[in-house]
Design a protein around this ligand. Structure first.
Ligand code: NDP
Length: 332
C-alpha cells in the first residue's frame, strides 16, 4: 500500500515537500477487517487544522503516520460479515491507494442514483455541512436575505442552491469571473471579492442586497466577515462554518474591528462542527439526494488524477483552484 505522511508541522501555507509518499506491505487481513482499493480521495480545507500539531475538535495528524481523510473505494478482500468483495464503501482512510481497516469503520454507499463520488461532495460531508449550517444553525426562513462566502465551493454551492429553493434572496461571494458566472447561472447574485478592501467589499455586498442580510453563511473570515458585519439586518444569524482566510496564518492576528455590529443588530454568531450533527444525515440525504439525482441541484467537481497529486490538490484549495468539490481520482 502507498500512503502519504506529513514529515513536519507546517508554518503558514504548507510546502508540498512536507508530504512524503511511503510504501508499506499490508499485514494479513484480521478477523472483521476489510481491504479496500480506493477509487476517490477527498481533500478538504479542515485538513489544514489537523496539520498544526494541536488538538482542536479532532486529533492532529501524527507526523510520519498515514494521513487520513474521506475516501470511496471497492472492497477487494473481506473478513467482515457485512461486506463482500466488490462492495462500494466510504471510510476515512484516505491519502492512500489501498486501505485496510475494521469493517465497523466502513460504510456502504447509500443507494441513490448518482455518481459514487457525489458521496464525498454534494451528498457527503460538505453537502451535509451546507444543509446543517442553514437549517440547524442559521434557522433559514423563506424570504431571508442570505449571504454565502466561498459560494462556488463544495459547501457554498449547495448552500446557495438550498437557500434559493427555500425562497431566499441569495448573494454568493467567489474569487474568479468564471465562478461568479456559474453562481449567476444558479440564480445567485455574485460578488467577486478579489482585490477589494473591507470598504469596497461592504459596498459590493450592499449593492447586491440593499436591505442587508438576515443570514451570513461564513466560510472565509477576515475582511469578508468585517464587510458582512457592516451589512447585517436586525436579528441576523451568522453560521460560522469555516474561516479559510485564516487557516495558514502564523499568528492569531486581530479580529474584526466591528463586532459591535452584532450588538447593534441583536445578531447571533454561532460556530458548528458537522460531525456533531451526523444523526441528521439521512434526513439530509432524503431531502437532497433526489434533487441531485434529478439534476434540480447542480454540483461541480475538480478532479485530479493519481495518488501522487493528492498534496497538490489539497494545497490548491487555498488558491481557489477548485470549482466545486476537489477530488483525487485513483486508477482502480
Ligand atoms: P471549497 O470547495 O469551498 O474550497 C475552498 C475555497 O475557498 C476555494 O475554492 C476558494 O474559492 C476559497 N478561498 C480560499 N482561500 C480564500 C481566502 N483567503 N479568502 C476567500 N476565499 C478563499 O471548500 P469546502 O467547501 O470543502 O469548505 C468550505 C468551508 O467550509 C471551509 O472554510 C471549510 O473549512 C468549511 N467546512 C466546515 C465544516 C464544519 O463542520 N464546520 C465542514 C466542512 C467544511 P475562491 O476562488 O472563491 O476564493
Amino acid at each position: 500500500s502507498h500512503h502519504f505522511v506529513l514529515t513536519a508541522v507546517p508554518r503558514g501555507l504548507p510546502d508540498s515537500s512536507l508530504f512524503a509518499l511511503r510504501q508499506t506491505p499490508l499485514p494479513d487481513l484480521a478477523q472483521n477487517e476489510v481491504r479496500i482499493r480506493n477509487r476517490w480521495l477527498s481533500v478538504d480545507p479542515y485538513m489544514r487544522g489537523r496539520m498544526s500539531g494541536v488538538t482542536t475538535y479532532v486529533e492532529p495528524y501524527a507526523l510520519d503516520e498515514p494521513l487520513a481523510g474521506g475516501a470511496i473505494g471497492e472492497i477487494i478482500a473481506s473478513r467482515h460479515p457485512h461486506f463482500q468483495v466488490g462492495d462500494r464503501v466510504r471510510h476515512m482512510a484516505g491519502w492512500r491507494d489501498v486501505a485496510q481497516l475494521p469493517g465497523n469503520d466502513v460504510e456502504a454507499l447509500p443507494l441513490h442514483d448518482v455518481p459514487e463520488q457525489a458521496f464525498l461532495g454534494v451528498l457527503g460531508m460538505p453537502g451535509m455541512t451546507a444543509w446543517t449550517g442553514l437549517n440547524r444553525i442559521a434557522a433559514m426562513q423563506s424570504g431571508d436575505r442570505v449571504l454565502v462566502s466561498a459560494a462556488s465551493g463544495a459547501v457554498g454551492s449547495l448552500a446557495v442552491q438550498l437557500a434559493k429553493r427555500a425562497g431566499c434572496h441569495v448573494v454568493g461571494v467567489a474569487g474568479t469571473p468564471a465562478k461568479c458566472e456559474w453562481l449567476e447561472s444558479l440564480g445567485v447574485v455574485a460578488v467577486n471579492y478579489k482585490g477589494k478592501d473591507v470598504e469596497a467589499l461592504s459596498a459590493s455586498l450592499k449593492a447586491a442586497s440593499p436591505e442587508g442580510y438576515d443570514i451570513y453563511y461564513e466560510n472565509v473570515g477576515g475582511p469578508l466577515l468585517e464587510a458582512a458585519l457592516e451589512n447585517l439586518r436586525d436579528h441576523a444569524r451568522i453560521a460560522v462554518c469555516g474561516l479559510i482566510d485564516r487557516y495558514n496564518d502564523t499568528d492569531a492576528g486581530s479580529g474584526p474591528g466591528n463586532l459591535n455590529q452584532l450588538l447593534f443588530h441583536k445578531a447571533r454568531m454561532e460556530g458548528f462542527i458537522v460531525g456533531e450533527h451526523w444523526q441528521h444525515y439521512l434526513t439530509f440525504l432524503d431531502e437532497v439526494a433526489p434533487l441531485v439525482a434529478s439534476g434540480k441541484i447542480k454540483y461541480r467537481e475538480s478532479i485530479v488524477e493519481g495518488l501522487e497529486q493528492t498534496p497538490e490538490a489539497f494545497l490548491s484549495l487555498f488558491r481557489g483552484a477548485n470549482e466545486g468539490k476537489m477530488l483525487v481520482k485513483l486508477d482502480a
